[in-house]
Design a protein around this ligand. Structure first.
Ligand SMILES: Cc1cc2nc3c(=O)[nH]c(=O)nc-3n(C[C@H](O)[C@H](O)[C@H](O)COP(=O)(O)O)c2cc1C
Ligand code: SF4
Length: 485
């Protein structure tokens, strides 16, 4: 993963954990209404893909155990990982694009309800993404995949056959090859071909605005049938909907260019979802306070989008930042580019090795600006923030200053899914604190089952411990009970 050049090692923020009485009287442990449901406390586990679904997208016993373990910590809300809305193969990522996925998703919702004693509200993040190919072997790319065009003929010889052009390309030194290929061809060679929402010459991309509202609405309806409390529309990071919002979206068909054009599809998706699921089901979205890219959207865009999304009727807005393909690291041959490997990826999941600002609460000032804009427009829509949040003081400060209404903690909850509960019970000293090394994110990057370095080798011999495919790591943290001393 990319790291800021300063490479300053930051200690964890000092923590004074609350007594039970302090927790009871705190903002963090006070309830909040999210549209038609109430969270018992303002604690939130954001979506995290754990790579435990079957290759065809079904819920497995390992998926159930993963969410059961988070639910045992009784956060106010738990968001199930990014789940694909299309009925197309997408590897071991959960899917919700067909009714055949319903039985597994029903079991998942029932498992969380049981394990949290009904205390945790359960949402599922629903996502669309475009196709991305692995970085090809160069000779294979030039001999087979590259389409020979007039540009190549013009630069290499108008009368040459395709075969002869391919041979010339193979023989060219790298700097000359970079001149002969156009920018997209060069990207396909160096990173793997990646579709963009701006590829409107492709009918299936041009028609995204016609297709996506229905796909999202059907997925949300299935989530409702499966017993979830709501859906989080994934409008963040490197995926389709975030790409519509991005300032890099220059579509000229009314769905790009100006802020009004860029937010048009996200609003149309929301409206169709709402029409389909009705008012008694939570519909919110996750989007970016900042693309964290040169020429990408900034916090000024996010303030406008936040107001529009809130006015449209979203039940919550969850704020993340960065996580883009555009500045990602070149993958090895045979691997696909991963959106969390560049500077924008760092902003999304910052590590303890950082710049002077450090990794803790890096999204707060932008989140505060979005919240202020939403409130300024007269909307009370609850706002969730995440990014390096791991202490009671941080949580109380954010809520007191009004930077957000709900505290999201992904990696701290992976390190210790009971951490909110331990705080609430006055047992903060027992919290296993995330050290922000991104070992978990490294596993995610390799599409390996995600675990945490702080617990994945502990008590491996315990009965019924589920292990990773290589047998070396446990897949869920050891149990903790408030009755343990
Ligand atoms: C292993 C892993 C998987 C993730 N998967 C998702 C995902 O499916 N959807 C999403 O919006 N964010 C995802 N994220 C980002 C987190 O939700 C969160 O925004 C990020 O980790 C920063 O919050 P934190 O500092 O509390 O960890 C993932 C993060 C990790 C570590
Ligand atoms: S592996 Fe564990 S300690 Fe390391 S960043 Fe991930 S959750 Fe935190």
């Amino acid at each position: 993963m990319w790291k800021p050049p300063e490479r300053i090692k930051h200690a964890l923020p000092e923590a004074t954990w609350p007594s039970p009485a302090e927790a009871e009287g705190s903002r963090c442990f006070s309830p909040i209404e999210i549209g038609p449901v109430r969270l018992e406390e303002r604690t939130w586990v954001p979506a995290m893909v754990p790579w435990r679904a079957t290759d065809d997208g079904f819920v497995t016993p390992e998926v159930l155990a993963w969410y059961e373990r988070f639910a045992a910590g009784r956060p106010g809300a738990l968001v199930v990982e990014a789940t694909g809305i299309r009925d197309v193969p997408s590897g071991p990522l959960l899917r919700i694009g067909h009714d055949r996925f319903l039985p597994g998703l029903r079991e998942l919702a029932a498992t969380v309800r049981r394990a949290s004693g009904g205390h945790t509200r359960l949402f599922i993040q629903i996502i669309d993404f475009l196709s991305i190919r692995r970085r090809p072997e160069p000779a294979r790319f030039l001999q087979r995949y590259l389409a020979i065009t007039d540009r190549h003929r013009r630069l290499l010889g108008a009368d040459l056959s395709d075969e002869a052009i391919r041979q010339q390309l193979l023989d060219l030194p790298a700097d000359r090859l970079a001149e002969v290929l156009d920018a997209r061809e060069l990207e396909a060679l160096q990173f793997g071909a990646r579709e963009r929402v701006t590829d409107v010459d492709q009918p299936h991309i041009r028609e995204l605005p016609q297709v996506l509202p229905g796909l999202f609405a059907d997925a949300a309806q299935r989530a409702k049938q499966a017993g979830f409390d709501g859906v989080e529309l994934h409008y963040a990071h490197a995926y389709t909907m975030a790409s519509f919002l991005s300032a890099l979206n220059d579509r000229s068909d009314g769905y790009g260019g100006s802020r009004r054009g860029r937010i048009r599809l996200p609003l149309e998706v929301y409206r169709q979802v709402r029409r389909t699921v009705g008012p008694d089901f939570v519909v919110g979205c996750r989007f970016l306070t900042d693309d964290c890219l040169t020429d990408g959207s900034t916090v000024d865009d996010a303030c406008v989008f936040g107001v529009e999304l809130a006015r449209a009727g979203m039940d919550f807005l969850s704020l993340s930042r960065g996580g883009k393909f555009e500045d990602a690291k070149q993958p090895k041959i045979g691997r696909a580019v991963y959106p969390y490997t560049g500077p924008s990826g760092y902003e999304c999941m910052p590590t303890a090795i950082s710049d002077t600002q450090g990794p803790f609460g890096r999204n707060l000032s932008a989140a505060g600006a979005v919240t202020a804009a939403v409130r300024g427009a007269g909307c009370t829509t609850p706002i969730v923030v995440s990014g390096g949040l791991c202490t009671f003081e941080q949580a109380e400060g954010i809520l007191e200053r009004g930077e957000a209404d709900v505290i999201g903690a992904a990696r701290q909850s992976l390190a210790d899914p009971d951490w909110f509960r331990k705080m609430r019970l006055g047992r903060g000293a027992e919290i296993r604190r995330c050290i922000y090394t991104n070992y978990c994110e490294g596993l995610d990057q390799m599409h390996k089952q995600v675990t945490c370095q702080l617990w994945d080798r502990l008590d491996l011999e315990e009965p019924d411990v589920q292990r990773s495919l290589d047998g070396k790591r446990r897949l869920t943290p050891p149990r903790w009970s408030e009755h343990d001393s």
